[in-house]
Design a protein around this ligand. Structure first.
Ligand code: 6PG
Length: 463
């Protein structure tokens, strides 16, 4: 009896996805190298899954031959060169029509290259964005497949079975688009994740000026009952309550943020595509700045702690948070739209928000609502409802920013949300000065307000 699905790599995520498939009645073959620290992984996995429909391998050829054709193999390995090495090692055992799926956080340009290279060998390559961490992978992740559509069609029913379900019971999984689209969508998901996390971190520091962690947690828990509800807000309420002995665990965690790169990739892509994802980039920089712990400690010695301990108006803070969350999503969706236009991916933003409505790290009531709004237009700035909410709430941002300035607290994401909105709602920007400077020193030419837009002018600067 051959297995329906193969999973290459049973690290944390591979293992959870394999268990998820087994729980859904899908027969699975698993493969892991029999080397170094990975030596006993297959054996241990088989012990854990006793009586389930699973076979384990440490020989690649046997693993591939244990699968029903067309073979469906999910690669759960570290993104980067490892993926290419794994593809090279497995391809000699594959046949035309087999499907390889990369479930790691690969860069979308790598995925595009792999889709095309394998197309020449008649092997379908699917780049699969997977979100939800270990628990999501086990109980139902949000899945963002892209690449070979034919390949996707072979695996769709399996992916639908293991995916999270939306509020109507439909799987949070759908083909996003060709080439690197799936991994691009996952990358933007992570960019949004970074800024959402940073906003919560900023809120926690702002509120810490006058409140205990328990009090902050209670405020967040209240917000989490309504339209601001999100997975990240929920876990933040819990983190604030976690104790170790008499201490808050949070106080024992070093304030240096790590990252695995997808957040900065999202910002680099935005720069390449000319999209201002200012909040995501601010969040990436906040992590980078946090890593300069020694410098921060050194420079902080000259700062006097005479911060006024004033209470923040919680209702205004809540509105500012709502405003910033909307701007973050708007910027992420605009990045998706620009990539879609540039690469002809035909991304469906409403459907992507629906895929993100459950199972993933950024799942929230807001995303559910946006999925509905985006059915009528791909641009949130075309929605009366969104615009009204932003116009109504914008005045709360200066209040929060002023508080942060007085209290000497760095809140780059709130700041960028406001700065972006102000710039976007200003008809006459300062860019006429930039154009004049460019023409002054480099004869780069400028358009004129009193002439046709297509015409470019150079001025003989007299001074
Ligand atoms: C998810 C997450 C996940 C990501 C981690 C770590 O959707 O499940 O986005 O894929 O890899 O959150 O990311 P950083 O180490 O860069 O914070």
């Amino acid at each position: 009896q051959k297995s329906a699905f193969g999973i290459f790599g049973i690290g944390v995520m591979g293992k959870s996805l394999a268990l998820n498939m087994l729980n859904k009645g899908i027969s699975v073959s698993v493969y892991n190298r029999d080397e170094g620290a990975e030596k006993e992984m297959v054996e241990n996995f088989l012990k854990e899954t006793e009586n389930k429909n699973v076979v384990g391998f440490t020989e690649l050829k046997d693993f591939v031959h244990s699968l029903q054709t067309p073979r469906k193999i999910l690669l759960m390995v570290k993104a980067g060169n490892v993926v290419d090495a794994v593809i090279d090692s497995i391809v000699p055992f594959l046949e035309e029509g087999d499907v390889l799926i990369d479930g790691g956080n690969s860069h979308y340009k790598d995925t595009e290259r792999r889709v095309n290279a394998l197309k020449n060998k008649q092997i379908h390559f699917v780049g699969l964005g997977v979100s939800g961490g270990e628990e999501g992978a086990l109980k139902g992740p949000s899945l963002m497949p892209g690449g070979s559509e034919e390949g996707y069609n072979y695996v769709a029913s399996y992916l639908n079975l293991i995916a999270a379900k939306d509020e109507n019971g439909n799987p949070c999984c759908n083909y996003t688009g060709p080439n690197g689209a799936g991994h691009f969508v996952k990358m933007v998901h992570n960019g949004i994740e970074y800024a959402d996390m940073q906003l919560l971190a900023e809120l926690y520091v702002l509120l810490s000026v006058t409140k205990s962690y328990g009090e902050i947690s209670a405020i967040f828990a209240k917000w989490n009952e309504g339209e601001l509800s999100s997975y990240l807000l929920e876990i933040t309420t819990k983190i604030l309550l976690e104790k170790e002995g008499n201490s808050n665990l949070l106080d024992l965690i070093l304030d240096k943020a790590g990252n695995k790169g997808t957040g900065s990739w999202s910002s680099v892509s935005a720069l390449e595509l000319g999209v201002p994802t200012t909040m995501k980039t601010a969040a990436v920089y906040a992590r980078y700045i946090s890593s300069f712990k020694e410098t921060r400690m050194q420079l902080s010695k000259n700062i006097k702690d005479n911060i006024p301990k004033e209470n923040l108006n919680i209702n205004l803070l809540k509105q500012a948070y709502d405003f910033a969350r909307t701007i973050n999503l708007q910027q992420g969706l605009q990045l998706l739209q620009s990539a879609s236009d540039e690469y002809n991916w035909n991304l469906n933003l409403s459907e992507i928000c629906r895929i993100w409505s459950s199972g993933c790290i950024i799942k929230s009531e807001k995303i559910k609502a946006f999925s509905k709004i985006l059915k009528t237009s791909n641009n949130l700035f075309k929605s009366e409802e969104i615009l009204e909410s932003l116009y109504n709430k914008e005045a709360t941002l200066p209040y929060v920013i002023e508080y942060a300035l007085k209290a000497r607290i760095s809140i780059p994401c709130f700041y960028e949300a406001y700065n972006y909105w102000v710039a976007m709602t200003t008809a006459q920007s300062s860019a006429n000065m930039i154009q004049a400077q460019r023409d002054f020193f480099g004869a780069h030419k400028f358009q004129r307000v009193d002439a046709e837009q297509e015409k470019m002018f150079h001025h003989n600067w007299s001074c």
